[in-house]
Design a protein around this ligand. Structure first.
Ligand code: ZN
Length: 159
């Protein structure tokens, strides 16, 4: 995998989501998110456009970016951040194959730490994915690896 291109311009920083800890007596800075706040944080952090999918196993999957860049899966108390990736199983069968980079129990991690972890890891996943994009020498457009025919040309220019 090529090194991450750190000179790429970053998206404008998004407004950090302030946690909505329970305000009952005894609440501390170590209070974790509730599910609603977690989903709100994911929506505010993941790249646009965002697709959201309810899976048969009860988990909730968010795919950010088009072409996809970041995948966030919430399954019970577990949240997993992955780099979006497509592999071909046969010449015409693209299959989404995510590469997990972080997985943790969001119900126990304090909201403040979870917010910064999620923002960091989503940004990291986005950079890892974008570092794989290639510029087509024929049309000049930057495309994800699965749309490239070879290092030089995209599939659209070869077809
Ligand atoms: Zn092209």
């Amino acid at each position: 995998m090529p090194p991450i291109n750190r000179t790429k311009p970053k998206f404008p920083p998004k407004t950090p989501i302030v946690g909505e800890p329970h305000t009952s007596a005894g609440a501390t800075d170590l209070q974790p998110f509730d599910r609603r706040s977690l989903l709100k944080l994911i929506h505010a952090t993941i790249p646009l456009p965002t697709r959201e999918e309810n899976c048969a196993d009860g988990s909730l999957v968010f795919v950010g970016g088009d072409p996809g860049e970041v995948v966030v899966r919430v399954a019970g108390s577990r949240i997993t951040i992955s780099v979006f990736s497509i592999v071909f199983e046969g010449p015409h069968t693209p299959v989404v194959r995510t590469q997990p980079i972080m997985s943790l129990n969001w119900r126990v991690v304090p909201a403040v730490q979870l917010t910064s972890l999620l923002q960091d890891m989503i940004e990291t996943a986005r950079q890892l994915r974008q570092s794989q994009f290639r510029r087509c020498n024929k049309c000049g457009e930057t495309k994800p690896p699965e749309w490239m025919f070879d290092d030089d040309s995209c599939q659209g220019c070869v077809a």
